[in-house]
Write a protein that binds this ligand. Structure first.
Ligand code: NAD
Length: 380
């Protein structure tokens, strides 16, 4: 029996990506797998059933896709999907393990193996499976387009017979993958861009893309966590950071915030006062909205009008560019499956470092230490 891989239709509100696209299907079929795509799974990403069929997939019903040995998803299962999983099966997707530990326990109870794309380690071998970075690239790009569209001003410098227009000033807070893409995109549109990050290494990267790096009178020793991620600042330095950033925020037309600390609420970077000091018509796009936001006025999933300054809290920008976002995501997810196909079967070695890092549930148990600690906090 060949390995079966299922692609059910995503059902989360606003989700338009598909977990696999025809190109990825063709690679998996070539490796000996049988791919079953739920009819319409690619429709929102502009991938018709016929394109999947042409790549070698079979089109089936919801139960066929969920019934596969490996289920490929963008987002985790809804409650009504859980009974369709079971022992001997593997679910792969953005499962939000550290945001939803109870969901992980429910997933573990099905007996299935669950692999969270968020937990893929940042090693050279795992780079091709780095779905978070792929989606951060899309989000950083889209955040700038959102801001440019909302701003009642041009981004570029214009010299015309009708006068000279000064370029927009864009401040990017958090110069990781999303932030660097935001810098590059804002520069391409002609804005004057500045950026800030607690990691010292980010300064050179931001400058190489044409941004000015903001230096704060702030001790950031210890702000570099493992794997390129940042660590949280203590409360006093966090407060000082917000104060120092306020004048840079006030002087900007657009602020794009992207700062995250894995497994924690997003750090506060922009105070209400900072926003209120911005000129009317200015725009804040808070990419950390799903994790609570970097701006005190962010309302996740909404646009908040603070006296003429609009604060956007988008929850899923990659879903708004579903064609490329699906292609990029599918590339990372199929790389993970292909890594572990052995003699036609999906058989990740249990001691593989990528498998161990990404695996949240297995054999009926939650196996990720951080998720376990969240489910069973040690007594004080
Ligand atoms: P992230 O999404 O976790 O955070 C976004 C940015 O916010 C980070 O740059 C972080 O330093 C910054 N930040 C956190 N707290 C902050 C604060 N209080 N003030 C200002 N900035 C703050 O990070 P990311 O974008 O996924 O990646 C960060 C780094 O890791 C980048 O340098 C990236 O190149 C590197 N990376 C390496 C690999 C790999 O080695 N395979 C893969 C992906 C990313």
């Amino acid at each position: 029996m060949p390995l079966t891989i299922g692609v059910p239709t995503e059902t989360a509100p606003g989700e338009r990506r598909a977990a696999l696209v025809p190109d990825a299907v063709a690679r998996l079929v070539k490796a000996g797998a049988e791919v079953v795509v739920q009819s319409g799974a690619g429709q929102q990403a502009y991938v018709p059933d016929a394109a999947y069929e042409a790549a070698g997939a079979r089109i089936g019903a919801r139960g066929d896709a969920w019934g596969a040995e490996v289920v490929a998803r963008v987002q985790g299962p809804a409650a009504e999907d859980l009974p369709l999983l079971g022992a001997g099966r593997t679910l792969i997707g953005f499962l939000r393990p550290l945001d939803d530990p109870r969901g992980m326990a429910a997933l573990a109870a099905t007996g299935a193996t669950a692999l969270a794309m968020e937990l893929v380690p940042r090693t050279t071998r795992a780079q091709k499976m780095d779905a978070l970075s792929a989606m951060a690239t899309v989000a950083g790009y889209r955040a700038v387009l959102l801001a440019a569209e909302a701003l009642p001003k041009f981004f570029p410098l214009l010299t015309t017979a009708a006068g000279t227009v000064r370029p927009a000033k864009v401040l990017v807070l958090g110069a990781g993958v999303a932030g660097l893409q935001a810098i590059a995109t804002a520069r391409r549109l002609g804005a004057v861009v500045s950026a800030y990050d607690v990691r010292a290494a980010a300064a050179e990267e931001a400058r190489s893309l044409g941004a000015t790096f903001v230096q704060l009178e702030l001790d950031t020793v210890g702000a570099e966590g493992g794997g390129g991620y940042a660590a949280a600042l203590d409360e006093q330095r966090q407060r000082r950071q917000v104060e120092l950033l306020a004048e840079h925020v006030a002087a900007s037309d657009v602020v794009i915030t992207t700062a995250l600390i894995p497994g924690r609420p997003a750090p506060l970077l922009v105070s209400e006062e900072g926003v209120r000091r911005m000129a009317p018509g200015s725009v804040v796009v808070d990419l950390a909205a799903p994790n609570g936001g970097n701006c005190a006025l962010t309302r996740p999933g909404e646009v908040f009008d603070a006296g003429g300054v609009r604060v956007f809290g988008p929850l899923n920008l990659p879903a708004e560019m579903p064609l490329n976002a699906s292609q990029m995501y599918a590339r990372t997810l199929s790389a993970m499956i292909l890594e572990w196909i052995r003699d036609g079967a999906f058989a990740p070695p249990p001691d593989d470092d990528i498998f161990r890092a990404a695996c949240v549930a297995r054999g009926g148990e939650v196996v990720n230490d951080r998720v376990r600690a969240m489910l069973h906090p040690a007594p004080a």
